[in-house]
Design a protein around this ligand. Sequence first.
Ligand code: AMP
Length: 429
Amino acid sequence: MKILVLGGGGREHALVWKLKQSPRVEKIWCAPGNGGIAADAECLAVDTGDVGATVALAEGIQPDLTIVGPELPLVHGLTDAFRQRKWAVVGPSQQAAQLEGSKIFSKQFLERHGIPTAKMYGAYDSSAEAYDALSTVAFPVVIKADGLCAGKGVFLAQDFAAAKDFVHRVMEKNELGTGGKRILLEEALEGEELSFIILTDGRRYAPLVPTRDHKRVFDGNQGPNTGGMGAYSTDELLPDALRETMRSTIVELTLRGLAVDGIPYQGFLYIGLMLTQSGPKVLEFNCRLGDPEAQAILARMDFDLAEILSDVASGCLDPSKLRWKRGASACVVLTSGGYPGKFESGKKIDGLTSLEKITGVKVLHAGTNLVGDTVVTNGGRVLGVTATGKTLKAALASAYAAAEKIRFEGMHYRKDIGAHATELRAAGD
Ligand code: AMP
């Protein structure tokens, strides 16, 4: 098989890494890829948000299978363009990707199918309507910009003044661009958060191993939100009773709802949940693998990823083929100093070659670039040091030992990934 992976972050490096281990795979391209992916695949320059350009690229290389990493190509209809040409592709259609691309679409879907979620107060097209509505809701209230806003579109407002300020910035000053043209207001939920990711061919599905990510930039969940500072996976995260509740009250209703609405869904579906006093409730859907969750999940894979994704693309997924390594995995993200605020790129990264031969450790590249033979930083999140182990403690120890060997100017990482690992229980159980 010749496979094209679209995207250029840590998630895509993880996909390339695992696809390369398949005996079926003869060639991998990654577009645009990055400085580390270049060692495992042929990187091709393209703007993957541009459907026409990506179709032209695929026309030239003729992959047997294309796997879409990030959300933008999905929301722009890339998989529809591929399927029209009868090209095998993994990723939901443009219509299905609205589950991520529009918070209002997703909320209406959840309500229509009786899937537990935070109660929506309303959806608004203008700031005047939103201000009126704010005088009738209970605080704290959650305000969500409808469209894609790179993780900045959700705000938990403690009072009217804070809520009004956010609405003003989003709807009048357009700080989030077109993603903020419409907003919705919903009730604030309390509880622990859990991400649950499934792989589906539209008929059958397989849950992936459970993971937890760490969004804040500093230890102890301090500082601003980031794309993700690390993740870990262990089966203990998800006890059987909670898994069963999720299956019956969330996952199956979601897949049935998609079928009833005539929206076939093929690919990864990420379900973000809040475990509230009255059971798990959906916070959001993403139509792709999370990053860095993907790195922790794929590290535990014990099956042929190329085979399974090819089955998904042809609608014949056999969930029993997805086998997982026992034990645990961890991914520690190394970032540029200053991220998620201003940071500098182009810093030389040292120590990578010493890690290449360590079993159970893989350094997955996100924001890196190759300048000649030198790997330099090229983004906020630079590397995801990923390790497996018999226990979470062992996986974390390997990941941190490896992280300590890497150096670049301004390098920052959290020292407490997985440190507070606790079994998740739906409150009230
Ligand atoms: P979302 O993109 O919808 O998942 O929102 C991003 C983050 O905002 C979530 O991971 C939660 O931490 C928080 N959040 C979203 N919706 C709610 C809600 N209804 N109540 C409390 N927190 C929320």
